[in-house]
Ligand binder design. Structure first.
Ligand SMILES: NC(=O)C1=CN([C@@H]2O[C@H](COP(=O)(O)OP(=O)(O)OC[C@H]3O[C@@H](n4cnc5c(N)ncnc54)[C@H](O)[C@@H]3O)[C@@H](O)[C@H]2O)C=CC1
Ligand SMILES: O=C(O)/C=C/C=C(\O)C(=O)O
Length: 478
């Protein structure tokens, strides 16, 4: 797959390039063009022109039809999308087949339905409503697009997370400029092909490739022609983007990092809790912002739970690599830090040796730690790898306190058979999402996002439509 910019309906790859590295074995997969400020400027200009042209003139029904054509186009190129995600990230093929690509299709269909639903599938409608005011005026509210939306996406779920923002942004009638992660350019380029073939007017959707700080990402988020920014990635990057966007008071929607807690009560179905925590900690080698990194277990079942979790971690096979040598080094530096901080390593703790070409890649071992104080950096900082720290607690109050003692607040899991406890604990855990006896069970209509350093705003269903459009109240004196 050749990575190309897509600007104003035209593919181009002018200027400098950088190498794309295969995380499985460290080999070079190809090159990626690095967007200079002029390319970013062209993309923003093309997006603005689309809003004033054919794209901006389309009604809801036609935009919904366009989204459905994109969804169909992704399905038609299912194998190519799977190959692109597997090549860029080194993830197991089954993950791309069952998660990434179906969710990208689902993202476009969900927002097409929300915008202009088929009766049998629609869960809501969004017809500009009106309400009678008191006295001598009639008030009604219409929604209009924000304008040019910049979307900055990360490398961990490249297609899933970019389409999660692109679909609602387009549904609301905005024009989009996407800057995918420099580590994972392929599925974005392919998506541009699908959008092109689906006949969306040039400029409605644009892709510029390149790095973040001091490069394409920063040029785009500081561009005066950008009306809103939607970003998923690290919290520190969110802060940098906010500073950059401040001069133009550009609104932001941020989905940022986490240090997600799991609370396992002694009354839980322990088999389900162990299974669920294996999934929530090690899925995609821990490179999902929702992954668990802190596990708190009620003391009577602590030893058994920790032993079983460690045994399962030690027995994991076929897991994918870290995205890059740099990220592998970061995760391994936390494994070393944990040892220095006094952790007991129950499983893993290093880099595996396969004795084949994978030894040139960026794998780390699934790791379970215990014995650290809550003040340890390993327990407080986001690692973003296949690792968790397990610690005991004695009371429900203490469990909630431990979960909340974090600068982050994205997602949590609560494992209990006691329904009253579940309802009591869930609202008290300071995270945007609380899963009870499950993890990452998704309904695309529900609010998705984090509190504290884990984000600003919510996306999903109507919440996304609220961010990507502007309510305008019309008041008519009668
Ligand atoms: N969903 C999440 O919570 C994610 C968290 N991370 C965390 O972030 C760490 C670093 O991974 P990165 O890919 O470097 O994440 P990042 O947050 O630096 O990058 C995400 C996106 O932001 C862009 N970007 C970076 N700096 C920018 C800037 N100043 N202005 C505009 N755009 C900018 C990047 O090019 C990329 O497209 C990981 O080790 C992990 O801890 C990474 C990806 C997703
Ligand atoms: O890793 C992230 O940043 C977000 C992950 C989101 C999903 O898995 C989801 O929307 O289902």
């Amino acid at each position: 797959m050749k990575a190309e910019h897509y600007v104003g309906g035209v593919f181009r790859a002018d200027g400098r390039t950088f190498p794309l590295i295969d995380p499985v074995d460290g080999s070079e997969l190809g090159t990626v063009p690095e967007a200079a400020p002029e390319v970013v400027d062209d993309a923003v200009t093309a997006a603005r022109a689309a809003l004033k042209g054919e794209w901006g003139a389309l009604g809801d029904e036609d935009r919904a039809a366009a989204l459905r054509r994109v969804a169909d186009g992704i399905e038609a190129r299912f194998e190519e999308f799977v190959a692109a995600e597997v090549a860029d990230t080194g993830r197991p093929r089954a993950f791309a087949e069952t998660v990434d690509v179906p969710r990208a299709v689902g993202n476009f269909r969900a927002y097409a339905d929300l915008l202009y639903g088929r009766p049998e599938r629609s869960y809501t409608t969004r017809i500009p409503g009106w309400s009678a005011g008191t006295g001598q005026a009639l008030n009604y509210t219409v929604r209009r697009p924000l304008g040019v939306v910049a979307i900055i996406s990360p490398w961990n779920l490249p297609l899933l997370l970019s389409t999660w923002k692109i679909a609602p942004a387009l549904a609301c009638g905005n024009a989009v400029v996407l800057k995918p992660s420099e580590e994972t350019p392929s599925s974005a380029t392919l998506l541009a092909r699908v959008v092109h073939d689906a006949g969306l007017p040039g400029g409605a959707f644009n892709v510029v490739h390149g790095h973040g700080a001091g490069a394409a990402g920063e040029f785009l988020t500081g561009h005066e022609g950008v009306d809103a920014i939607a970003f998923t990635g690290e919290s520190a990057t969110g802060a940098a983007i906010m500073r950059n966007a401040a001069d133009h008071v550009t609104p932001v929607s941020f989905e940022l990092g986490g240090k997600n807690p799991a609370l396992v009560f002694a009354d839980a179905d322990l088999d389900a809790a162990v299974d669920g925590t294996v999934r929530s900690t090690f899925t995609h080698s821990g490179q999902i912002c929702l992954c668990t990194e802190r596990v708190y277990v009620e003391r009577p079942v602590f030893e058994e739970f920790a032993e079983r979790l460690a045994a399962r971690a030690a027995d994991l096979h076929g897991y994918g690599p870290m995205i890059s040598a740099e990220h592998r080094d970061k995760v391994l530096s936390y494994y070393r830090l944990a040892a220095e901080e006094g952790a007991t390593v129950l499983a893993g703790g290093g880099a595996p040796a396969f004795g084949d070409e994978r030894d040139g890649g960026f794998h780390v071992e699934p790791t379970v730690l215990t014995g650290l104080p809550e003040t340890a950096r390993t327990v407080r900082e986001e690692i973003f790898g296949p690792v968790c720290h397990v610690a005991p607690f004695d009371t429900e109050e203490q469990a909630v306190g431990l979960a909340n003692d974090s600068p982050y607040g994205l997602a949590s899991t609560v494992w209990t058979r006691d329904l009253s406890r579940a309802h009591r604990v869930a609202p008290r855990v300071e995270t945007g999402i609380v899963w009870v006896n499950c993890w990452n069970l998704r309904d695309l209509r529900t609010p998705f996002g984090g509190v504290k350093a884990s984000g600003i705003g919510r996306e999903g269903g109507e919440y996304s439509l609220d961010f990507f459009s502007e309510p305008v109240n019309v008041c008519i004196q009668i």
